[in-house]
Design a protein around this ligand. Structure first.
Ligand code: ASP
Ligand code: MG
Length: 440
């Protein structure tokens, strides 16, 4: 069985939902994971923000606005009066749930319940549409089998044990529809896999049921070899290895949730990125197979802060890095790049929520310098393959660009350089011109 995931834009209007229906109804049994209709999760995040600040009037206004949008969707989506009524009831039930949190204490559990409504609505409406059109289609409730543990990590074993049980309980169908993003947590409350997590849902389900292929459908043909917003004539990448795709998904190229690749890799299930607007295109295929030596793509990740800690105490000492890393661990802040010299260490973070406190602690170990508005440029491929000279090609391409940090050799699939954000565009262009064949 295949697992297909469609993103918010793909189900963003009645027309788009019909296009998805056309794509999936080829008679083959499959599980279809859907996101919330585009804009919905953002709106729900905003509503929750106002409720947290006790600004109930604004929250109420936004809730009503979102609800009227859905009423219109229902009117345009279904043919029969009976289904229009059923659709309106689905919408009403979810919005009553949302409104139940506009009085009383607003908790994290309340917020998570609100955030879940987007996927709950989109999947129920879509299932009803499929049934109205005569397809053999059933809804799989993700909250009954998708789960995260105490550390908020996906509980693969639980998902594996329960996915099949739920499928059997729901009964045989050609098309199963389920919610992306939402899950229950270790205490059994509603939770989620973080923003953009529907891709990850698809891959976790794919791994749980030993799917034949996991397809992620969005509105672009697949991974491109550079960022089309900054570089002309970028080209779609036909094939990537799991490792290359993981690097690309994490550093830039916001096409795929970075965690998606891992469950698929463990079970060796191919992942294919496909375009809903251009369904006949082969997309990008991600497998365990090497895509050959060489540089495949360049991507950029903005909003990076570099931190340098300089200390004479580091000289010939051991345990210094451990103390530094412990501080980041304590403040739950992941580190992306690191580079060291004998008396200094530089590292980068993208989550600056606890930066002040981190710097306060780091100050005990040396002099701390901060550079904001930096961009990681990530060069992906099988770089330390048979051929030599990739590094020198990269560095000559970067001639004239003020590089703040370089990371090479951490993985054979990536060379990362840190540049000021103001140099992002010319860096991407220079790398494209010198390293990638863009058909010109
Ligand atoms: N609806 C969620 C979001 O917008 C999950 C997803 O679309 O993947 O983040
Ligand atoms: Mg997405």
């Amino acid at each position: 069985m295949k697992v297909l995931k469609f993103g918010g834009t793909s189900v963003g209007s009645p027309e788009n939902m019909r296009a998805v229906m056309k794509i999936i109804t080829d008679g083959e049994q499959k599980i279809v994971v859907l996101s919330a209709m585009s804009g919905t999760t953002n709106a729900l995040v905003e509503i929750s923000g106002f409720l947290r600040k006790k600004n109930r009037d604004t929250a109420g206004m936004l809730i009503n606005k979102l609800q009227s949008g859905y009423k219109e969707v229902v009117n345009n989506l279904f043919k029969t009066e009976e289904n229009k009524k059923k659709g309106q009831k689905i919408v009403k039930t979810s919005f009553n749930t949302i409104k139940s949190f506009t009085s009383g204490k607003f908790t994290q559990a309340g917020e998570n319940t609100i955030l879940a409504q987007g996927e709950l609505i989109s999947t129920q409406l879509f299932t009803l549409l499929m049934v109205e059109e005569g397809y053999d289609c059933k809804l799989l409730p993700a909250l009954d089998f998708m789960r995260i543990d105490e550390d908020k990590m996906a509980d693969s074993q639980y998902i594996r044990n329960h996915a099949e049980r739920i499928i059997n309980e729901v009964g045989k169908a050609t098309y199963y529809i389920t919610q992306g993003y939402i899950c229950q947590n270790a205490t059994g409350e509603i939770d989620n896999l973080q923003r953009g997590g529907s891709d990850y849902t698809a891959s976790l389900i794919g791994a749980a049921i030993d799917a034949e292929e996991i397809q992620i459908w969005t509105d672009i043909d697949g991974f491109h070899n550079n960022d089309p917003r900054f570089v002309e004539n970028t080209q779609k990448i036909e094939q990537l290895s799991f490792y290359e795709a993981a690097e690309l998904a994490y550093f830039g190229a916001k096409i795929l949730h970075p965690q998606t690749v891992f469950p698929a890799r463990v079970q060796d299930i191919p992942v294919r990125l496909k375009n809903t607007m251009n369904p006949t295109d082969s997309g990008t295929l991600i497998t365990s197979e090497s895509s050959g030596a060489g540089i495949k793509a360049v991507a950029a990740k903005d909003g990076i802060t570099a931190i340098k800690i300089r200390s004479d105490r580091m000289l010939m000492a051991y345990g210094f890095l451990k103390n530094v890393f412990k501080i980041f661990e304590e403040f739950k802040t992941p580190i992306d790049m690191i580079s060291t010299s004998e008396v200094a260490v530089s590292l980068t973070i993208d989550n600056t929520e606890n930066l002040k406190k981190i710097v306060g602690e780091l100050d005990k170990y040396g002099t701390v310098e901060i550079d904001r508005n930096m961009t990681i440029i990530c060069i992906v491929g099988d770089i330390i393959g048979e051929e030599r000279g990739f590094a020198s090609k990269v560095f000559s391409a970067l001639d004239g660009i003020p590089i703040r940090m370089i990371s090479y050799g951490g993985s054979r699939y990536n060379i990362s350089v840190l540049v000021p954000n103001s140099h992002k565009k010319n860096t991407l262009q220079a790398l494209s011109k010198n390293l990638l064949s863009n058909g010109d």
